[in-house]
Design a protein around this ligand. Structure first.
Ligand code: MN
Length: 447
């Protein structure tokens, strides 16, 4: 048990060990990932350590590579805590001359005697759907002091940011949500999964869900709303029951028509977890964090979580800007299409910071649902690969983490991640070889 959360004993004791690495040091070095989950996890741990008057130094990183590990080694840290990363780089972490812990939910390579890995995979908990870095960070913060339960809305945003809420909250995540609701840290109700001031804005600016023919095309949205006799200026929260249903069924039909999986269509009506202290929903917070990370304002994301009002305003502007860029990229995919191999589909993503999101949204809303999608972007002589599948494909045997790891290592690169979403880096010029290998590996998995 941690707080009121039931956990396997070995899992709680690994969290306890991780906490001990942190509390036993004078000064803690923290490294976390730049996505919404990583930023939420970093905010929770920072908030808890600040309360405990503990000194720490936080860095948000895009990846944990050898260069990063070498530079950490030179700092001479007493204790290092990795968040949302670490289990995939266990050899590197073991070379560090410090007490090291990782709160990570990515597929671990192996156990370690030297590094504390509080990773749900070791304890029979699904790290892809039941617990992410921000849920692990919240559990650790609560172990430090139960007053840190008030940081639970940030964890819920992190869970949503990692899309672990899809198909309903599960496992540790569900337990966190239940307790947070019970204590009033969040208020949950059902609603349309659209953001924005008016109905017209919220459809025209929507990237998730992305409506083919409507997203990014305001004149089409106005014609569509006219066809169901709905005033485009109606605030989304002020829709009456009749119109809410009408709009929901029309938009659901559109998503079905563009080939989305049923579980995607169902997400159109979703649980909205309102955070009263921040006057926004957890999904909104996740979205803002995502924008902060992608637009290279990671510090702003942490400040926003910890209640900085000015940060909230700036993050809102960043999000509008980010959304516009994503929207443009998705519209480009919609009109230009992608390259098809037998078992995978891929495209070139000109902006590496948008590649992952572009790949995930295109997979979910635009492209062939029977093949995982890869996005290739060029960064300083190497090619960065993002990939996304669907839960359905994973249930049929798809494991992008394994496929990208093997295909990239075969051309002198490296890769890994989750079954449904993975990444790799390969040397420039070896793309075709890599794609052929990935195509073959996916074929074997889905056979
Ligand atoms: Mn994560």
């Amino acid at each position: 048990m941690v707080g009121s959360i039931a956990l396997p004993d070995e899992f709680s004791s690994s969290l306890k060990h991780a906490l001990k690495v942190v509390t036993s040091a004078e000064h803690v070095r923290i490294v976390s990932h730049y996505d919404a989950d990583g930023l939420a996890a970093a905010s929770i741990i920072s908030g808890a350590l600040a309360r405990a008057k503990k000194r720490y130094h936080l860095t948000i990183s895009r990846s944990l590579d050898n260069a990063m590990i070498e530079s950490l080694a030179k700092e001479g840290n007493e204790a290092i805590l990795f968040l949302d990363m670490g289990s995939g780089q266990i050899d590197g972490l073991e070379t560090l001359d410090a007490k090291v812990a990782a709160l990570d939910h990515h597929k671990p390579i192996r156990k370690s005697r030297k590094v504390v890995q509080a990773n749900p995979h070791f304890f029979g908990i699904d790290g892809m759907g039941e617990a992410c870095a921000s849920s692990l960070s919240l559990l650790t913060a609560i172990m430090l002091d139960p007053c840190n339960w008030d940081l639970s809305p940030i964890a819920i945003a992190g869970i949503i940011g990692d899309r672990q809420h899809m198909g309903g909250m599960k496992g540790v995540n569900q337990q966190i949500l239940d307790y947070a609701r019970e204590k009033g840290f969040v208020e949950t109700q059902k609603g349309l999964n659209l953001k924005g001031a008016s109905v017209a804005d919220s459809i025209a600016d929507s990237v998730d869900p992305y409506f083919i023919g409507l997203s990014g095309r305001r004149e089409n949205v106005l014609a569509f709303l006219e066809s169901i006799r709905l005033n485009p200026d109606t605030p989304i929260g002020a829709l009456d029951e009749l119109y809410r249903r009408k709009l929901t069924s029309m938009l659901s039909l559109r998503l079905m028509g563009q080939g989305c999986r049923p579980e995607t269509v169902e997400e159109l009506v979703t649980e909205i977890h309102w955070i009263p202290t921040m006057s926004l929903s957890a999904a909104d917070l996740a979205d803002l964090l995502n924008a902060c990370g992608r637009m290279e304002h990671e510090g702003l994301g942490v400040a926003l979580c910890l209640g900085d009002k000015e940060a909230l305003e700036i993050a809102g502007e960043l999000r509008r800007d980010y959304n516009r860029r994503i929207l443009e990229r998705l519209m480009a995919i919609e009109s230009d299409g992608v390259n098809h191999m037998n078992h995978i589909q891929y495209f070139e993503a000109p902006d590496p910071s948008l590649a992952g999101a572009q790949c995930g949204l295109a997979m979910q809303y635009i492209l062939d649902q029977s093949k995982p999608t890869l996005a290739l972007s060029r960064v300083k002589g190497s090619v960065r690969v993002s990939s996304r599948g669907t839960k359905h494909l994973v249930s049929k045997g798809l494991d992008l983490s394994a496929a990208l790891k093997k295909a990239s290592e075969g051309v002198g690169g490296s890769g890994g991640g989750h079954a449904v979403a993975a990444g790799a880096t390969i040397p420039e010029g070896r793309e075709q070889e890599f794609l052929n290998a990935a195509d073959e590996l996916v074929a074997l998995q889905l056979r």
